[in-house]
Ligand binder design. Structure first.
Ligand SMILES: [Zn+2]
Length: 697
């Protein structure tokens, strides 16, 4: 189902004015750039602000629906866009802090708000009077002389309602609601089955000799797991933290096979947590929903708001990549087989051998050790390099502003100004792990950008990471992956900071899902450019520049077995499409259907009676249905876009200006293919990715 852009709201509980008094959410912020006064907000301010925000939102929506004038773009679509401001004002800091600075009290508030929020957004999405007005405007869209951005706002608003059933007859609405409820339960159960079956497996090893090859920290973890279960020895399990390194390092082939088979037969061997029937049910429920809404298949329904507009475009991408990478993947397999043979393997490599031998060969050929690279990537240097890159490309500058309140003393806030010194955005940076911060890295906003009459209301953006901390004797030294992560999230933040739109729901990173990773992944391309690294990547002790051979080693190791990994991603993409392009209810054999869908991508021997579908949570329990291809799509895009920089010079200001004007400033105001073509002069091709991966010269 589509996620609603309408945030929250519900009941009209009246709040005593005493609760409102002194609550910063009900006042105009007096901080620099009206940034969030984190120093004044107390935990007890959130809930009443949510309640009042919902209440005001309801009143605003009622004002729209009770308007006696005929529905217009302004009095309906724009009015709806502008509703719920107070709710946004409290939601944005709240949900950001829930990720980066949480505690039990915030979690408790989140749990309290969650059902209210669902009820509230339903009350708007299912508001028939409101939809009638939206539809009335939508039906006359041709005559309204709307700008491209206005057309997009109208289309998005209409589709958000229509694709959640607003257009259906009363009887069909009932069916839709039932189907949605069933589907929700099914996906929930599917996800829980995967989790439970994964957690249920353990294999106790008491003879340490069987575990030769494993790194010390893994052994330690496995021993701790065994101890926790009241046993002595080492407890193997199917979680990624054990399974992935085990297949990579364990010398014992039988155990590798044992673990591989357990992993690839999860949720399909009958029993309580079997998902085979759920796969069928979920695929069929999605098909029914799509049909009800007027689409031939679930993929048709999902792809209406994607840069890849339809299934033909998705298959075109998958097929082209398959043809280009398959010979290279076969050669990679042969190379690893030859290496294995040389090292005493007298068998054809099976899936449970692949990681093991390919890791050993990689070590031999391209070992680039993190410890060797880290001294060149001191955080303060990297920061200068990354900010400096934005200055060089876009002329923007970053000045630390200590007057802006922050939610933790470790967070820095910057005034970002454009080439003429005009205020552009606030950027918060939050680099290190803490209790209360979730894992991973992300960009988000505390306030989006919009146009308020003629005034440009600029955005407040944040990037949050979990980078290695400095110690008493060493500054924070980043791994190469962390440097890339920094560039990635910073790329998202540029999308957020440089945006120049009218409506907040279309500004910044509010773009189609298969387009959102272009600005972020594009920035990662600079990570391996000598000219860029030379500007900041110097040894933190000696000041020596990072050696050119080291950069080359990074590039080579990134491309190691790249074709095999590409085919693996393609196999998941094909499987996803196979389940979501069905046009008739599926009654066949799940495993046979899967094997057929993935057949063309297989380089390693295919093992009978194993299956991916019963544990493919991305598409059956998560939001990636008919969207798995977008990982590859985004790579094609970023390589294609970077090829323009490579051709014109990686710091070429004209190329950067074009990317800024056509992509970064535009947010989701037009179809991404239009935006992209204006920058690139043509549709993207896979050629630049092939070159970057060393598949072609
Ligand atoms: Zn990203």
């Amino acid at each position: 189902m589509k996620n609603s852009k309408i945030t929250l709201l519900m009941s009209s509980i009246s709040i005593a004015t005493t609760v409102l008094a002194g609550n910063p959410f009900f006042e105009t912020y007096k901080t620099p750039h009206q940034t969030i006064p984190f120093n004044e907000i107390k935990t007890e301010h959130y809930f009443p602000a949510f309640q009042e925000g919902m209440k005001q939102h309801v009143v605003e929506v009622d004002t729209i629906t009770n308007n006696l004038e005929i529905p217009t773009f302004e009095n309906t679509i724009v009015a709806l866009e502008k509703s719920g401001l107070l709710l946004d004002k409290v939601s944005l800091p709240f949900y950001n802090l829930l990720s980066s600075e949480t505690n039990d009290e915030l979690q408790a508030i989140a749990e309290k708000i969650s059902p209210l929020a669902t009820e509230h957004s339903n009350s708007i999405r299912l508001n028939e009077k409101l939809f009638e007005r939206i539809k009335a405007v939508y039906l006359q869209r041709e005559k309204l002389k709307l700008s491209a951005e206005q057309q997009m706002l109208l289309k998005n608003t209409y589709e958000e309602f229509a694709n959640n059933g607003a257009n259906l007859s009363k009887a069909d609405k009932e069916i839709y609601r039932e189907l949605s409820k069933d589907l929700n339960l099914l996906t929930l159960q599917y996800g829980q089955n995967v989790l439970k079956e994964t957690n249920n497996y353990s294999l106790l090893i008491t003879n340490k000799d069987l575990l030769s090859g494993l790194p010390a920290d893994l052994l330690e973890m496995l021993a701790a797991d065994a101890k926790k279960a009241g046993k002595t020895g080492w407890s193997l399990n199917l979680k990624a933290t054990c399974y992935v390194p085990f297949l990579k390092y364990a010398d014992n082939r039988d155990l590798r096979r044992e673990l591989y088979m357990a992993y690839t037969t999860k949720c399909m061997a009958g029993g309580e947590f079997d998902n085979v029937e759920n796969v069928r049910k979920i695929a069929n429920a999605r098909l029914k929903i799509a049909n009800l809404l007027g689409y031939k298949s679930y993929a048709d329904y999902e792809l209406i708001d994607r840069m890849a507009e339809n299934k033909d475009m998705v298959y075109d991408l998958l097929n082209k990549l398959l043809v280009a990478y398959k010979p290279a993947a076969e050669k990679e397999y042969a190379d690893v087989q030859a290496y294995a043979d040389k090292n005493g393997a007298y068998f054809k490599l099976q899936p449970w051998d692949w990681s093991y031998y390919s890791e050993k060969l990689k070590d031999e050929k391209y070992s680039v050790n993190d410890e060797l690279l880290k001294p060149y990537f001191e955080l303060e240097h990297v920061k200068k390099g990354v900010f400096g890159l934005a200055t060089r490309l876009y002329g923007i500058k970053f000045t630390k502003n200590n007057k802006i309140p922050v939610y933790n003393p470790e967070v820095d806030a910057y005034d970002v100004t454009d080439e003429k010194g005009k205020f552009l955005a606030v950027l918060y940076t939050d680099f290190h792990p803490r209790d209360g911060k979730r894992a991973g890295a992300w960009m988000s906003d505390f306030k989006p950008q919009w146009l308020d009459g003629k005034t440009d209301s600029r955005p407040h953006i944040t990037i949050v990471m979990n980078f290695t901390r400095p110690t008493a004797s060493k500054p924070a030294l980043l791994t190469f992956d962390e440097v890339k992560t920094f560039l990635h999230e910073f790329g998202h933040s540029l999308h957020g900071m440089l945006t120049k739109c009218t409506y907040h729901s279309l500004s910044g990173t509010a773009v189609y899902r298969d387009f959102v990773e272009l600005p972020s992944q594009l920035m990662e391309n600079w990570a391996t450019q000598k000219e860029f690294l030379d500007g900041f990547a110097v040894h933190y002790k000696t000041g020596e520049k990072i050696p050119a051979e080291l950069i080359q080693k990074i590039i080579d190791s990134e491309n190691y077995n790249v074709a095999y990994f590409c085919l693996r991603q393609l196999s998941f993409g094909y499987l996803d499409m196979a389940w979501h392009t069905l046009e008739k209810p599926f009654t066949g054999d799940v495993i046979a259907y899967e094997k057929q869908a993935m057949a063309s991508t297989q380089v390693l021997p295919v093992i009978p009676n194993t299956s991916m579908s019963p544990t493919f949570s991305h598409i059956f329990a998560g939001g990636y249905a008919a969207g798995y291809y977008s990982y590859k799509w985004a790579e094609v895009l970023d390589a294609d876009a970077f090829s323009v920089f490579e051709k014109n010079g990686i710091f070429n200001p004209k190329t950067a200006a074009s990317f800024r004007e056509n992509v970064l400033e535009k947010g989701g105001t037009e179809h991404p293919m239009m935006l992209y073509k204006r920058f690139r002069g043509q549709e993207p091709t896979i050629d630049a990715l092939l070159k970057r991966n060393g598949i072609t010269q």
